[in-house]
Design a protein around this ligand. Structure first.
Ligand code: SF4
Ligand code: ZN
Length: 335
């Protein structure tokens, strides 16, 4: 098949938007910028990257320091003094192949005045020296995904261990910085119930070296290994009930703030319920992410019974396949 040329300009941000988040216990305005870089080192390696990650196809090549500075100019032109700024690269901000050191330092200077500056990184880039050199308004997000080494290795193909992620978190905490840990709800090959149990134990593992734990339900991204499983009925993105149940279970038992802002929520590719209650259930998840009050998770819908039956059925059938698909009147996958 002929290769289509990527026409996206390396001098422009992938996207930028404004949202709300928490800082110092208060809801504040936040600006989120997604930069175009040369891409995640793990996704570009011969490993194929993480099984659920579509960033390999999203990253560019030959992005220069000048291009990256042009993207920062673009972000600054849209910046209205929001107290919280998030700079994502679809990879690791601290990988010098993605963000060269002078660009990194420029970001620190330009956003020195904001209360929180959040970036993401794989743990191998977090050395003691790096942690000590970072500005104190910094939050580093670490994609731990699961505390279970076997799941990380065989199901997610993460390319680092939970122990490495923990060491990076501890280094950042020792340097007085904030840590946001990402966990994946329902990696491939896991039943709904096993996925929920794994998040609960991963929250307990991550709590000592985290300030915030973001539970990310798996969403089906284009061109991924997980997409192939999903298309043939071997995977169903998690139910919103499962996300809410996990949140209720850990609420009040850990010191970290538990949050979730699901990508693709309510669609067939994202975390979803029956369709009728999805908007209400996702609104409840958002309310809880700010309030931390489990009462905010009280939602009622008849599909909760179906979800309970789903958990029972997959246990008896001993499968992680999308058993619900067999009961749909319309068996086509909506994409
Ligand atoms: S999930 Fe993160 S670490 Fe894994 S391939 Fe994607 S960008 Fe890289
Ligand atoms: Zn419902």
């Amino acid at each position: 098949m002929a290769q289509t040329r990527d026409r996206r300009s390396p001098r422009e941000l992938e996207t930028l938007w404004k949202e709300s988040d928490m800082s110092g216990g208060r809801k504040v305005d936040a600006m989120v910028a997604i930069m175009r870089t040369n891409g995640c080192c793990w996704a570009k390696s011969g490993s194929g990257g993480c099984t659920m990650c579509g960033y390999r196809t999203a990253s560019l090549s030959g992005v220069t320091e000048e291009d990256l500075n042009a993207q920062i100019d673009q972000a600054l032109a849209k910046y209205k003094g929001e107290p919280f700024v998030k700079i994502y690269t679809s990879g690791s901000f601290f990988d010098p192949e993605e963000i060269p050191v002078p660009v990194r330092e420029r970001v620190f200077r330009e956003f020195a005045g904001c209360r929180r500056l959040l970036v993401e990184s794989r743990p191998e880039f977090i050395t003691d020296e790096l942690a000590a050199s970072l500005p104190k308004n910094m939050t580093v997000a670490l994609g731990l995904e699961s505390s279970n080494e076997e799941i990380l290795r065989t199901s997610i193909n993460k390319g680092f261990t939970a122990a490495q992620s923990k060491a990076a978190g501890e280094r950042l905490k020792a340097a007085g910085l904030m840590v946001r840990t990402y966990l994946l709800l329902k990696p491939p090959f896991m039943s709904e119930k096993a996925g929920m149990d794994d998040v609960v134990s991963s929250v307990r593992f991550a709590d000592p070296f985290s300030d915030e734990i973001s539970i990310n339900p798996l969403n089906i991204q284009h061109g991924t290994y997980v997409e192939r499983l999903w298309k043939r009925g071997d995977f169903r993105p998690p139910w919103i009930w499962s996300l809410m149940e996990v949140m209720k279970k850990v609420s009040g038992t850990v010191h970290s703030r538990i949050i979730s802002s699901p990508s693709g929520g309510g669609s067939q590719r994202g975390v979803h319920n029956c369709g009728k209650c999805d908007a209400e259930a996702l609104a409840a998840v958002e309310r809880f992410s700010f309030s931390q009050d489990p009462a905010d998770l009280n939602v009622a819908c008849e599909c909760r019974k179906t979800w309970e039956q789903y958990l029972e059925a997959e246990k008896y059938l001993g499968t992680a396949a999308d058993i619900g698909r067999a009961f749909d009147s319309d068996l086509t996958i909506r994409m």
